[in-house]
Design a protein around this ligand. Structure first.
Ligand code: FES
Length: 76
């Protein structure tokens, strides 16, 4: 799976996908079960940014295999 930034999707970023800024938070509307669990680092950045349980850092999560995901952000 290509991450959102690598795929050219308009995802906010201030760290170029290094998992530091938290700007790329996405809300997963469908398909979350196909995503790997957040790493401790991603979980810490999500918590620091007040993210909800259905939110992930788009630069840090990949689905396992080919799946359909439905995503949104607060600024799309
Ligand atoms: S782009 Fe900065 S945390 Fe994802």
């Amino acid at each position: 799976m290509t991450r959102c930034l690598e795929a050219g999707l308009p995802v906010a970023s201030a760290c170029s996908g290094r998992g530091a800024c938290g700007k790329c938070v996405i809300t997963v509307l469908h398909g979350a079960e196909a995503l790997q669990a957040p790493t401790p680092h991603e979980a810490e950045v999500l918590a620091r940014n007040g993210a909800g349980p259905d939110q992930r850092l788009s630069c840090q999560c990949d689905p396992e295999g080919a799946v359909d995901l439905l995503l949104t952000t607060g600024y799309w």
